[in-house]
Write a protein that binds this ligand. Structure first.
Ligand code: NI
Ligand code: MN
Length: 220
């Protein structure tokens, strides 16, 4: 599987399918996605979902909202798994809020979520926007992610200190940070984060630059 970092919290998981998660920035439109996953309604995650008009998976309330906007959706909820061909998409908790602003009013969109995607023998956990929560240990126990995509920017989500604990609990061999350095409130220097994880565990932190990516092979 090739994991392309589009930027902010947007990744494209490319294998037997192309799965785009949280399509913002607008560069996400360059990915010819088969499927779009949206973790929650905030603009920096919902992004261009409505314009893309691809098959979209989100939590029930957000999926219903999107379907009224003409998007083909599959609504699901936390703890459930949706199977699309041979890809398993599981919705997991995130500790965050979820709303969409419309005409100056915040419409609440259920709760925020994360996703565990299993494709071609590789398991990727996209945490969405979240604070640290101890049920991340269950995500390890249940799904054994190979890759953890974790927010590290602070202010709206975990910062590097909390994400360090998250990485340990999730136990994925590869950690890719997201949701940082894209606006002033979430600027972070990740030198200490990377050093602390790599010097005390066998995990690798790869701060992938927007526009590039990594290839991950299935565990043998
Ligand atoms: Ni958010
Ligand atoms: Mn966000």
């Amino acid at each position: 599987m090739y994991i392309r970092y589009v930027g902010h919290s947007c990744f494209s998981l490319e294998g037997s399918k192309k799965i785009l998660i949280d399509p913002q920035p607008a560069d996400a439109a360059k990915v010819d996605a088969d499927l779009v996953l949206v973790t929650h309604g905030h603009g920096d995650h919902l992004g261009i979902t409505i314009q893309l008009k691809k098959q979209t998976i989100a939590i029930h309330e957000l999926a219903t909202y999107l379907s009224r906007k003409g998007v083909t959706t599959t609504g699901m909820n936390i703890g459930g798994t949706v199977v699309v061909d041979d890809v398993n998409i599981t919705m997991v908790p995130a500790v965050h809020s979820s709303s969409v602003e419309e005409n100056g009013v915040d419409l609440y969109m259920g709760t925020a979520a994360g996703f565990v995607v299993e494709m071609d023998g590789v398991v990727v956990y996209h945490a969405g926007d979240t604070g640290l929560f101890s049920d991340m240990k269950l995500i390890h126990e249940l799904y054994h992610p190979d890759v953890a995509l974790l927010p590290v920017g602070g202010h709206f989500t975990m910062g590097p200190d909390e994400a360090m604990i998250a990485a340990e609990w999730i136990g994925a061999p590869l950690v890719i940070p997201m949701h940082y350095n894209t606006f002033p409130a979430i600027m972070q220097d990740l030198t200490g984060f990377k050093h602390a994880i790599e010097s005390t565990t066998s995990m690798t932190v790869d701060a992938v630059s927007p526009g590039s990516g990594v290839t991950v092979s299935p565990r043998t």
